[in-house]
Ligand binder design. Sequence first.
Ligand code: FE2
Length: 145
Amino acid sequence: MYWIESEMEQLGTWEARVEMMDENIDALEILSHDSDKHWGIIKKWMIKANIDIPEIAPHGLPRHVFDFEGLSKEEMFKNIMKYEMLAMNVYKDIKNANSDVIKELFPSEKDAFEFLTEIEQLIKEEQKHADICKKQIGGFAKIKY
Ligand SMILES: [Fe+2]
């Protein structure tokens, strides 16, 4: 997730490369801005849990997650939406993880509580992001949650 949020942060760089309307650009900016924030949150907790910050993309993830070259804006947002849903589900899994695992990562009760509170916030925001993408896709595609 650290890696995906960092890739999402760069969504804004596609603004000039895909033909978009103001509304699409606003949507991309929200996704990019929030992902930057999420990235920072994940980084903070990884450091607290003594987990190494990855410097290269993990196995199975392409070096660049997003490549919208030649895609319409609808296809682009459809693509982004997949990752927003993925992010939401991963954060949900973390929230529902065995409390012993959380305790092991964050022995301080205060840390564990704050961690889970922030994960809950991420879930809410990823839901919002998926909705933003859905709106941009419009009638173009039926997306099942
Ligand atoms: Fe997101």
